[in-house]
Design a protein around this ligand. Sequence first.
Ligand SMILES: [Zn+2]
Length: 386
Amino acid sequence: MMGADHPGSGGGGRVDTVCMACGERSPGVHLRCPRCGGPAILEIEGIRWDVRRDVPSMWRYESMLPAVRRRVSLGEGVTPIRRVGDAHVKLEGRNPTGSYADRASSVMASHIASEGGRGEVAVEYSEDFAYSVARYLRGISDVEVAIPDPSRVDPQEVVALVEMGARVRFGRTGRELGYANSLSVEGLKTIALEVIEKSPRVERIVVPAETGLLALSIWKGLRDAEEAGAGVDLEVDAAILRGSGTPDVLSRIGGVSVHEVDPEDAVRGLVELARAGIRAKVLSAAAFALAEELGRGLAVVTASQRRPQVHRRGESALMADVARAVGEMGEASAYDLWRELRRYTLRGIYKAVEALEAEGELCARHVVRGGRKVRVYSRCVDGEDK
Ligand SMILES: [Zn+2]
């Protein structure tokens, strides 16, 4: 199963890659600067602020994204915005694999699929990214994950990668697809576009900054939206933990203010978020604490990814009933299934559809119902979503 694979869609027109280190401008899409290997961003001609509100994913901003012939989407983006304490939060844990990296993966997988896909793609391991991109490339390319430093892997993520059929090797050649690239920036910038579209009463987007790529992407999203004619009046503030140093890429652009946050404040933020039912990484909690302190802020909150459970043999009667009911109904949300199978709890139904999706039994997509994004399931056909 590889998720909804749509025929391509046109964003803007001609694309140039502009290097943030040496300033070189190269025609076409390059992941990094072809001259010096430095970090690069894309300049897309003809972008328009033309939101397709019927599309329940970040592809509602396709007019702002580089054009692709095929689109690979699992319903990423359009994550909720909530108010917690004195700040707003955008819940990026609500992406298909539980990580904002899905936005980047969707653009990269679309690009790879548009170029014909298949073959093998070597991916450099970094937490959450490796699993996300492997998930998006399922059915398009074989994935080999290169792990430069085995002492810094999330063991559950590696197990999940192997379960999904990825090959794992140690060391790297330098030619692997890494998280920091120009297409990642295009995917991640849609967070800013969603904030503009929803326009909560905030003046700033506060971003956790480890490599700085997310903050760079949000900054680019605001800049592109302004160029495309959307009214934008937002600043970008990046949160780093005290003493960790400003990420290189953020020193190169003027538009992002970097703030140090005390670890104590980050932990207080973590507790406040947990009380509101939100799981977050420490650095995200630092961004939340900073958003509260600066005032009128929206913090981008990333969570630790939920790895699929390695499922035991002998599936329960519940899963069998759910799979059968989906087959009969054609397409159903967890709520529809709960109404159909009254003898189970809604929570039980949710667990069953998640497990069945992880096993490739059910395929999910998002639809808009009554103005809300709803996840619906169907039987996977020939290893692909319909
Ligand atoms: Zn360069």
